[in-house]
Design a protein around this ligand. Structure first.
Ligand code: GLU
Ligand code: ZN
Length: 298
């Protein structure tokens, strides 16, 4: 596998049915890949088994298939990749970057008064052995991580003061999203990550892990979110209804409008394959709005 080919991915968490916000992220990452004649991989992010809903992964895949998405290769499930995460953890541990954290929820809650909670490093110098029953944190360095996002522009984060040492394996034994996503993107040879802007804040932590693990850094493109009229991110937790799959062309047309692609109105009467042909040919990231988009519940 060479790095010269564009390889994108879509990585939904199976925590509910497909809703409009998820569809927008899927469309953005798919059109980026297709317009680069690239590959588009599908990964089910079920690493946090406590949040997964039985049957949701299959339902999501069926829905995406119904919208006409085509992914390459087998679907990858994070719940089956623990060995890969274990071996990345070993590598970090050999570099003396990992330590157990015995802080209680209450202790941590006191640090939780900022939008991104900063861990003050309480357990950093305790030199406890790595034991099963504790959360594991990775030490961050006192330096700024910067990266250029293709839509949101230049970003900087000082990990030490804005985030602190972060958890990569939880107290309950599950690997944290931050580690799993970095290992998977590298292992699958993903060259560009396209996802919602709610994850922009996580990107510096992921870049830090890539650097420590010696991985190639992918490009990043963070899409605006859909916000309901109450100002919440559109998602399962805000009661966004699952999409009605009987009108895929209409929904995709609305997504293209929200992504600033100005699809002609006649496309709503076309077939699914004609809609995709138009969308791939006219895809232009310059037109994607930087601001989150307000919509009514669908
Ligand atoms: N699994 C994450 C979600 O559904 C997306 C992670 C990513 O794209 O990096 O929000
Ligand atoms: Zn601690």
């Amino acid at each position: 596998m060479t790095q010269s080919i564009y390889r994108g991915r879509f990585a939904p968490s199976p925590t509910g049915e497909l809703h409009f916000g998820t569809l927008l992220a899927a469309v953005g990452s798919y059109l980026q890949a297709r317009s680069h004649q690239g590959e588009w991989l599908m990964r089910i992010e079920d690493v946090d088994t406590t949040r997964c809903v039985p049957g949701a992964a299959d339902a999501l895949l069926r829905a995406l298939d119904g919208f006409g998405f085509e992914w390459q290769g087998e679907v990858v499930y994070q719940s089956q990749r623990t060995e890969l995460y274990e071996s990345a953890l070993d590598n970090l541990s050999k570099k003396n970057l990992i330590y157990p954290c015995t802080c209680s929820r209450k202790q941590l809650a006191n640090e939780d008064n900022l939008s991104l909670p900063v861990y003050a490093g309480h357990c950093r110098h305790h030199h406890l052995p790595l034991a099963e029953e504790h959360a594991l944190r990775v030490r961050v360095e006192d330096r700024t991580i910067s990266f250029e996002d293709q839509i949101m522009g230049q970003n900087r984060q000082q990990l030490a003061s804005e985030c602190g040492d972060f958890v990569i394996k939880r107290k309950d034994g599950l690997f944290a999203y931050q580690l799993a996503v970095v290992v998977d993107d590298a292992q699958q040879g993903v060259t560009e990550v396209v996802r919602g802007v709610d994850l922009l804040n996580s990107t510096p932590r992921q870049i830090y892990l890539q650097q420590q693990l010696g991985y190639v850094q992918p490009n990043y493109l963070h899409l605006p979110l859909l916000i309901d009229l109450q100002g919440h991110k559109l998602g399962k937790s805000t009661g966004a209804a699952a999409l009605n799959l009987s009108q895929p062309v209409l929904h995709l047309h609305s997504v293209l409008v929200l992504l600033g692609q100005q699809p002609p109105a006649e496309l709503t009467r076309d077939s699914l394959s004609q809609l995709w042909l138009w969308a791939i040919e006219h895809w232009n990231i310059e037109n994607i709005p930087k601001q989150n988009q307000f919509i009514k519940h669908q």
